[in-house]
Design a protein around this ligand. Structure first.
Ligand code: SF4
Length: 280
C-alpha cells in the first residue's frame, strides 16, 4: 500500500491550475502553428497569428490565456493500492483549486447553486471523475473548461440504424450549430457508445488526448479525419469570421453500448484547450 498525503495532492492541484491557465500543452501550441499555414483566408490567418501572440504573452507575462479560466474538471486515476492520508481526497482537490485560483489571480466562475447564482468566491467545487486502476499509481489531470464552448456541447441518442453516417452528421451538425460561439478554431471531443451519461464523459475525456494523436483504432481514426475535413468545410473559421480552419482536431473515444441504442456526445472546446497532469 503506497501512501499519498492530501497536502501533496492540493499542492499539485494548485500548481496545475496556474500552469493550465497560462500555457497550452505542446501539441496544442503546435496545432495552432500548423493552422497558421493551413488557413487560406487572410483574416483567418491574421486571427491565428493573434492567438499565437496571445499564447506567448500569456506565458511570458503570466496573464491567463483567456479571461474565462473555466470550471476545474479533473480526471483522477487512482491505483487500488494507494492510501490517501490526511483527509478526504476530494477536499484536497478543492483546497488546491481554491489556492490555485485565489493565489494565481484567476477568474472565479463557479456559482453555488445553478439557480440562485451566488459565486462561491474561489472557483470550487471542482468536477471530479474517478477511475480506480490496478497497482499503486496516482495520476491527476486537470482540464479547466470555459463555458463559451461547453454551452455548445450536445448529446444525441441516435438509433443503431443511423450507423456511422448518422454519427458523422450529428457531430458536424453540433459544430455547425456552435458556429462562432465556441471560440474557434476548436477541438471536438466525441464520445460514442455507453449510456446517456457515459458518452458525455467519453467526449469530455477525448479533449484531454493530445490533438496530434489519433484514435488507436484505424476505423475511428479515419472517422476523425473525415469529420475534421467536413467541419472545416463549414467555413466558420478562426473566431467565426470565416476561413478554412474551424477545428484543429476531432478526438473520438468509444465504449460498448446497448443493442437498442447509439448514444453520441459532442463536447466542444475552444482554441484554449487547456490541461495539465501530474503523477504522484
Ligand atoms: S470558450 Fe474558451 S476562448 Fe472562448 S471565452 Fe471561453 S475559455 Fe475563452
Amino acid at each position: 500500500m503506497r501512501e499519498i498525503s492530501t497536502e501533496q495532492i492540493s499542492d499539485a492541484v494548485r500548481e496545475m491550475c496556474i500552469e493550465a491557465a497560462h500555457t497550452l500543452s505542446p501539441d496544442m501550441a503546435e496545432a495552432l502553428e500548423g493552422a497558421a499555414c493551413k488557413e487560406e483566408a487572410p483574416l483567418g490567418k491574421e486571427i491565428i497569428g493573434q492567438l499565437k501572440e496571445n499564447l506567448d504573452v500569456a506565458k511570458s507575462e503570466m496573464i491567463p490565456i483567456c479571461q474565462d479560466t473555466g470550471m476545474a474538471v479533473f480526471f483522477v486515476e487512482i491505483g487500488q493500492d494507494v492510501h490517501i492520508s490526511g483527509g478526504a481526497l476530494e477536499d484536497a482537490i478543492n483546497e488546491g483549486v481554491s489556492r490555485g485560483y485565489t493565489e494565481g489571480y484567476l477568474r472565479k466562475s463557479v456559482v453555488k447553486d445553478p439557480l440562485d447564482r451566488i459565486n462561491t468566491g474561489d472557483n470550487t467545487p471542482a468536477v471530479v471523475h474517478y477511475s480506480v486502476v490496478p497497482g499503486d499509481s496516482f495520476k491527476i489531470t486537470l482540464a479547466p473548461k470555459g463555458f463559451g464552448s461547453e454551452n455548445m456541447s450536445r448529446v444525441f441518442m441516435l438509433k443503431p440504424a443511423d450507423g456511422r453516417d448518422g454519427v458523422v452528421n450529428a457531430v458536424v451538425q453540433a459544430v455547425s450549430d456552435a458556429g462562432p460561439n465556441a471560440c474557434p478554431p476548436m477541438v471536438v471531443g466525441v464520445g460514442i457508445g455507453g449510456t446517456f451519461e457515459k458518452c458525455a464523459l467519453l467526449a469530455k475525456k477525448a479533449l484531454t488526448r493530445p490533438v496530434d494523436k489519433g484514435a488507436a483504432d484505424p476505423f475511428y481514426r479515419q472517422m476523425e479525419e473525415e469529420i475534421l475535413e467536413k467541419v472545416n468545410w463549414l467555413g466558420i473559421g478562426p473566431a467565426g469570421l470565416g476561413g478554412t480552419v474551424t477545428a484543429l482536431a476531432v478526438n473520438i473515444e468509444t465504449y460498448p453500448t446497448h443493442i437498442a441504442g447509439l448514444p453520441v456526445a459532442v463536447n466542444i472546446c475552444c482554441h484554449a484547450n487547456r490541461h495539465a497532469s501530474r503523477e504522484l
